[in-house]
Design a protein around this ligand. Structure first.
Ligand SMILES: [Zn+2]
Length: 111
């Protein structure tokens, strides 16, 4: 089954199967080192400029700014959600997102 993903409104939204799912106005919590030196980094996204599906994971390329230190940079392939049984399930922006491939999925890791 094909998953149709695209950006809308000049990158303000990510659309999955013709439904607006992810807004750019969220603050995403990123783990240290992948964006800046803050741990974690609270990054306000400014716009999505690309979105892609990697297996079942929907990943967006975006630009964001750290609310703590002010670092502004592009983020390559931020996982914003995944497809489960054909439906989009967004990740929680407040949860720490790993931009690099995790070796294994683990829960309960807190600082
Ligand atoms: Zn920072």
């Amino acid at each position: 089954m094909t998953i149709a993903v695209r950006t809308l409104d000049d990158g303000a939204w990510i659309s999955v199967n013709d439904s607006r799912q992810v807004s750019v106005s969220d603050v995403w919590t990123l783990s240290r080192g992948v964006f800046c030196d803050c741990e974690p980094a609270y990054v306000l996204l400014e716009g999505f400029f690309d979105v892609d599906v990697d297996g079942s994971v929907v990943a967006a390329s975006t630009v964001g700014q750290c609310l703590e230190c002010g670092t502004r940079d592009s983020i390559d392939r931020l996982p914003v959600g995944r497809m489960i049984d054909g439906k989009f399930s967004p990740y929680d922006p407040a949860g720490v997102q790993w931009l690099r491939e995790p070796d294994a999925e683990r829960d309960g890791e807190s600082s």
